[in-house]
Design a protein around this ligand. Structure first.
Ligand code: C5P
Length: 306
């Protein structure tokens, strides 16, 4: 039997996202609060001669399978960093929307780093995987750690948040993704002057400790929202539908187009799903919970190759 390793990594939402100046490398300084949610990417890694990627699941037809795929890049980066000569066949099953502002590609990359490290027995420490993750993209380190965390720098310098409780979120998903660089350049046009250093409101951190969604709701903010709405005006209608529902807060996740609504409890969450579905403003409406764990091993079969 061939060796295989199955790793699962979560998608994320941004409970808060504040944007600062664009740096010389093209990235913006950010201050964000990530929460991993119960929508997952599954990656099964099997021995192979070179690197091969196949994709199934939500919007799989929109995901490239060549060297530009973030999971492909993750496997190649790990091979280069460790000097292994081994290859891998990566089978990705997607739940997280593609180009949806929920870090789906980043979850694929994080899951691949962990899966290949186990398959190839390259034995990197979690911190070393975190450093490789940051080279692949700003959201990749968070997909490794999961839970709830504050991200600064490009969003990749993480501090775990002291958060209690479990939150219920409703997601309004569009099958037409938005390119993150497009939303950031729209933001640049909307904010031509000097911008202050982004920070997270300390009351938000206290609200997360209180486990009370009513305290969290008024503190949710996403400064990319006006830029995402400029790029995709229909998002205003989606947020309008959340505002008419029992949702106690609504914003976009990351650079959109996924719109999130916070539910006060599970009964309200069902009602929000019904109302958003009836409003027919999104391709899919889903209920998820957070926080969720970061990339983790689900199953492994050790083959005879070693
Ligand atoms: O890190 P990732 O590759 O996911 O970022 C995609 C693009 O989003 C970057 O190339 C950049 O244009 C934009 N971005 C940014 N500032 C950040 C994160 C992403 O401008 N902090």
């Amino acid at each position: 039997m061939t060796a295989s390793v199955h790793v699962r990594a979560p998608g994320k939402i941004n409970i808060a996202l504040r944007v600062g100046a664009r740096e010389a490398d093209g990235y913006h300084r950010l201050a964000t609060v990530f929460q991993a949610v119960s929508l997952y990417e599954d990656v099964v890694a099997r021995d192979g001669d070179d690197i091969q990627v196949s994709v199934t699941g939500r919007q799989a037809d929109q995901v490239p399978t060549g060297p530009e795929n973030l999971a492909y890049r993750a496997a190649r980066l790990l091979a280069e960093a460790t000097g292994t000569q081994r290859g891998v066949q990566l089978q990705i099953h997607k739940q997280v929307p593609t180009a949806g502002g929920m870090g789906g590609g980043s979850a694929d990359a994080a899951a691949t780093l962990l899966a290949c490290d186990l398959l190839w027995q390259t034995g990197l420490a979690r911190e070393e995987l975190g450093e490789l993750a940051a080279e692949l993209g700003a959201d990749v380190p968070f997909a490794l750690t999961g839970q709830t965390a504050v991200g600064v720098g490009r969003g990749d310098v993480l501090t775990p948040a002291l958060a209690r409780g479990r939150y219920t979120w409703v997601l309004a998903i569009s099958h037409r993704g938005l390119a993150t660089p497009q939303v950031f350049s729209e933001w640049d046009q909307q904010n031509p002057g000097p911008v202050p250093e982004p920070t997270i409101d300390p009351r938000l951190m206290q609200a997360l400790l209180s486990a009370d969604p009513w305290r969290l709701a008024p503190l949710m903010v996403n400064e990319l929202q006006p830029a995402a709405v400029a790029a995709r005006p229909e998002l205003d209608q989606v947020m309008g539908a959340f505002l008419r529902s029992p949702a106690i807060a609504t914003t976009i996740s990351g650079s959109g187009p996924t719109v999130i609504g916070l539910a006060a409890d599970a009964v309200d969450a069902n009602e929000i799903v019904s109302q958003l579905t009836a409003a027919a403003v999104a391709d899919e409406v889903l209920m998820v919970h957070g926080p969720a764990p970061g990339a983790r091993l689900v199953a492994s079969v050790m083959g005879e190759a070693d």
